[in-house]
Design a protein around this ligand. Sequence first.
Ligand code: UD1
Ligand code: UDP
Length: 384
Amino acid sequence: MKKIMLVFGTRPEAIKMAPLVKEFQKHPEAFDTVVCVTGQHRQMLDQVLDIFDIKPDYDLNIMQAGQDLFDVTARVIVGMRDVLDQAKPNIVLVHGDTTTSTAAALAAFYRQIPVGHVEAGLRTHNIYSPWPEEMNRQLTGRIATHHFAPTPLSRQNLIDEGVPSERITVTGNTVIDALYWVVDKIKNNPTLDNELNAELRKAGYDTARLAKGHNLVLITGHRRENFGEGFISMCKAIKTLTEKYPDIDFVYPMHLNPNVRRPIHEVFGEDLSNLGNMFFIEPLEYLSFVYLMEKARIVLTDSGGIQEEAPGLGKPVLVMRDTTERPEALEAGTVRLVGTDYDRIVNEVSSLLDNPEHYNCMSQAVNPYGDGHACERIVNSYKL
Ligand code: UD1
Ligand code: UDP
């Protein structure tokens, strides 16, 4: 029996690790599955744990308002020391590129416990973009023994860095497993529709507006390298778009990071209610977010995970960044980089809204991130 510890702490890691927890739990004869959350995100993590009904065995509860990278790194490493000593896992699994993931991998290394890296091998090759995520994933990749690469390209990135090929498994991205789980749940539960609409109304957006023929642009943003000027420019572009397209609703579930909210207030004012067709709302739990994404015409974001998910729903994604570690999506034509430049954002959104040919080209492209069986492949690799 192998004792597998899955460690995660932020919203996107939780979404992408939740189906893996469930998959390991399906095999109690082979695995003792232990979940440790760091609580790097408190509320946004708990939203995901609730949806997937996961009760962590350990919770470091590290989040502090306005935490910086030093706070998170130090608190995770010190917290993991006691957890590892108590649980004594055979393998520690971490995800992606957050500070939780790198610090937890380092803690496992200090106890000489092999690390499996889920969503391994993504690279921009620019350590400041995204910052600090590119360095986080490179460091985690250096520490890891097993690498679960979502695509052949991410596998190749690892091979180029000298990782032996037998240590790499190409799996697809577990976010597609999570997405299909949610889409099925929504489809198979007729009463959920009402519940989700009520949830969204409570958060500040009434989907009944869409029945009146409104289109929807869904927006998210949170990247550290965009804080300050980048966010101001993004917000100004969004404001211009809301004026240019009064019949389209722009809905922005705001990340809880205060650095994301400050520029929104600077551009749109202190009171964010009653802004006509612009809706700033609280972060949505995953089911409501996917439900809204399904109703959106396009998605404007700097998020990593959304670049993988939205194309799975046939939604074009405009990425407010200069680089992406997801070139497969660029090549497939499902996403397009627009940076944080005011003119570029206004022009690219307008072009997608005004030009049906351009729109169809992006929305019909094939999503390269998997078939929804990534978690099975990871679990199978530990059964051997
Ligand atoms: C983190 C990750 C980033 C990931 C992002 C996903 C690092 C360094 N950054 O960035 O890679 O893409 O999450 O969203 O690992 N806050 C709350 N409640 C929450 C979550 C955040 O209040 O549930 C506020 C707190 O004031 C917190 C701040 O947001 O201090 C920043 O959170 P933090 O995890 O440090 O950074 P993110 O920008 O969320
Ligand atoms: N998401 C969510 N509620 C929201 C906004 C996003 O559940 O209000 C989900 C989204 O579907 C995706 C993930 O959160 O799976 C992305 O998280 P984020 O953009 O914070 O992080 P990143 O993927 O950039 O690391």
